[in-house]
Write a protein that binds this ligand. Structure first.
Ligand SMILES: NC(=O)c1ccc[n+]([C@@H]2O[C@H](COP(=O)([O-])OP(=O)(O)OC[C@H]3O[C@@H](n4cnc5c(N)ncnc54)[C@H](OP(=O)(O)O)[C@@H]3O)[C@@H](O)[C@H]2O)c1
Length: 248
């Protein structure tokens, strides 16, 4: 697909991977809209890129998702690229969790990482379908393929994103072939999410470069960085993939 001339919505475009994707889309003459919870982070992104649009939105709240869509439909009805990037990660030990707190955490993490993505996709599809070429880019993780021990809900939501992306792609191929469905499967990236943990992290800029390159080639399942190797290990020696990622 072409990489310029789109109106792009990047959820979580104010930091980390989303910010790097925003910077690359912005450089390539796209109209970029970003959303996130923190007004300070949104303002910082806008200071750097004066022509981006920012919308404060907490994807944990359905009303905020609906409001986001209202703003997009009213001010940017030409939306042609939806990047479902925002995500959060919590650690749980299910032998220790306190049920009341766990209920709240599980609902929150599932909503932000998966339900919000599906809801926003549902709401944006009528706009995306109007174009001859449009796309949805869902951000998932190598942990969708084989999980780690410390963040079971995170890994499960990313597996859900992985399967949802495949199934949605089938539907679009059959009924709306002008809407491409991409999935960016990321390795560990050096962002706030991974602060203070992990080795061998890649930069958000490398993620953005690989993702845009894959979009230009219509490579729908984008195995970023070491995920390329993980896919092979997982296919030929799944026990080894499990061993590598279990304690990561
Ligand atoms: N970092 C990694 O190693 C890694 C690996 C694999 C996959 N990923 C995936 O890559 C994506 C981006 O992660 P990242 O590492 O860039 O994270 P990050 O640095 O923590 O940035 C997350 C972005 O999402 C926004 N956000 C978080 N919760 C939100 C909510 N409830 N509503 C709206 N916006 C929200 C944040 O802004 P506010 O805080 O202001 O809301 C921020 O802009 C996520 O889907 C993550 O799962 C990351």
């Amino acid at each position: 697909m072409k990489l310029s001339g789109h109106t792009v919505l990047v959820t979580g475009g104010s930091a980390g991977v989303g910010l790097a994707l925003t910077q690359e889309f912005y450089k390539k003459d796209n109209r970029v809209i970003i959303c996130g919870r923190s007004p300070e982070k949104l303002a910082r992104a806008q200071e750097e890129m004066s022509e981006i649009e920012t919308i404060q939105c907490d994807l944990a709240k359905d009303d905020d998702i609906k409001n986001l869509l209202n703003v997009i439909s009213t001010k940017f009805p030409e939306l042609s690229l939806l990047v479902n990037n925002a995500g959060v990660q919590l650690n749980y030990n299910f032998t220790e969790v306190e049920p009341e707190q766990a209920f709240r955490d599980i609902d929150w993490e599932t909503q932000v990482n998966f339900n919000a993505m599906v809801k926003l996709t549902t709401l944006c599809l009528p706009l995306l379908r109007k174009h001859t070429e449009s796309a949805i880019v869902n951000v998932s993780s190598g942990l969708a393929l084989t999980p780690k021990s410390s963040a079971p809900i995170y890994c499960a939501t990313k597996a859900a994103v992985h399967i949802f992306s495949q199934s949605l792609r089938y539907q679009m191929e059959d009924d709306a072939p002008n809407v491409a469905v991409f999935e960016a499967i990321l390795p560990m990236v050096d962002t706030d999410m991974t602060k203070g943990r992990g080795k061998g992290k890649i930069s958000s800029k490398q993620v953005a470069d690989e993702v845009l390159n894959a979009l230009s080639k219509n490579n729908y399942e984008i195995n970023v960085g070491k995920v390329k190797l993980l896919v092979w290990i997982n296919r030929f020696a799944p026990w080894l993939a499990k061993r590598i990622l279990r304690g990561s």
